[in-house]
Design a protein around this ligand. Structure first.
Ligand SMILES: C[S@@+](CC[C@H](N)C(=O)[O-])C[C@H]1O[C@@H](n2cnc3c(N)ncnc32)[C@H](O)[C@@H]1O
Length: 341
């Protein structure tokens, strides 16, 4: 068997594609409706064809034509439909169902899968998907379509990613079972991921040298957060910003990462300490875009268009599937494809 062929729906800047390529897949094409994400994707995966478009408006024939794959012959259809509508934040910890048009994209992913009939299917989403009717529909429809479905709630930190990131992973084989990947048994720390980087600002890497501008009040607050895992809560009520005194939750806001633990989930807001525990363990600044990308397990040389600004790129990085996480899933799928052929 040559390299198995894959298509990546909702491909973003290419986290999933990177991992699949590392696992030995030939990614024939990626689809996304965000031109900024596709620009970054193309910079890093120049041989993979991209299609700018709405997955909800595509049918199997569009994918066959664009990417030169055939119904029933494609090895892997992979994808990560947008997850905001299923997240714990949006659903107030799953206490309510949110009618978000993006939720329908799981259904469109399923529609395309059932009509393209790839040999294997991989889908990743936030844990909240489990509480949604779309999830039961996905599993039931794939089973009725002749797929053996395996799914699990996994944490990327157990698979070589220096970050806590819990996700639902669904894998399905047409007439064969895909085994879940084995946990690595060792956790990679923030220190191992970013501890050896040259100083931010003078490294020659624009994704590490972009700097930040903060008011003197915020700089002063950051400087007082205890190093190596410290939190603003340690400063006592008097020293806290007025807005933080009013809100008891979100204790990670303006927290520092700890050197010897994995990072918290890297979100789209990782350049901003008011969005979570995104301060460097010892330096008085947020993590840089390069640090965020490394904590997401992107290869050290992953390229970003810095003329788009650090926040636009942080959104792409925060949305991505960590490549190391995708790689282990890709390896399990590849092994199952090999033994079923
Ligand atoms: C969770 S991110 C996927 C990240 C990507 N798999 C990666 O690893 O880098 C979801 C992506 O879906 C894209 N998207 C949202 N709605 C879409 C639609 N209707 N059709 C195509 N892409 C869409 C967003 O632009 C975003 O890049």
């Amino acid at each position: 068997m040559g390299k198995p062929r894959a298509v990546d729906l909702f491909c973003g800047c290419g986290g999933l594609t990177s991992g699949l390529r590392q696992a030995g897949f030939w990614v024939r094409g990626g689809v996304d409706l965000d031109p900024v994400a596709l620009e970054c994707f193309k910079l890093n995966h120049p041989r993979t064809k991209v299609m700018l478009g709405d997955v909800g408006k595509l049918d199997a024939a569009d994918i066959e034509r664009e990417f030169g794959v055939q119904r029933g012959e494609l090895d892997l259809l992979a994808g990560c439909p947008p997850c905001q509508g299923f997240s714990a934040l949006t659903t107030l910890n799953y206490s309510r169902t949110v009618v978000d048009p993006r939720n329908q994209l799981v259904g469109h992913y399923l529609r395309l899968a059932l009509s393209l009939r790839p040999k294997a299917i991989l889908m990743e989403n936030v844990p909240g998907l489990k509480h949604h009717a779309e999830f039961e529909n996905l599993l039931g429809s794939l089973k009725r379509g002749g797929y053996h479905v395996t799914w699990a709630l996994m944490d990327a930190k157990d698979f070589g990613v220096p970050q806590r990131r819990r996700r639902v992973i669904v894998m399905a084989g047409r007439g064969f079972t895909i085994d879940l990947p084995q946990e690595m048994g060792k956790v990679v720390s923030v220190r191992e991921a970013i501890g050896n980087l040259p100083s931010a600002g003078t490294s020659g890497d624009p994704a590490h040298d972009h700097g930040e501008s903060r008011s003197s009040r915020i700089r002063d607050l950051i400087g007082r957060i205890p190093v190596d895992g410290g939190s603003r809560v340690a400063l006592g009520e008097e020293t806290q910003l007025e807005c933080h005194r009013r809100v008891d939750g979100f204790k990670d806001v303006f927290g520092r990462m700890a050197w010897d633990r994995p990072a918290p989930t890297i979100t789209c807001g990782s350049m901003n300490p008011s969005k979570g525990r995104f301060l460097h363990p010892t330096e008085n600044r947020s993590i840089t875009l390069r640090e965020a990308a490394l904590l997401q397990s992107f290869p050290a040389g992953y390229k970003f268009k810095m003329n788009r600004g650090k926040y636009a790129n942080a959104r792409l990085v925060g949305n991505a599937i960590p490549p190391a996480f995708a790689r282990v899933q890709g390896k399990s799928i590849r092994a199952a494809l090999l033994s079923s052929s």
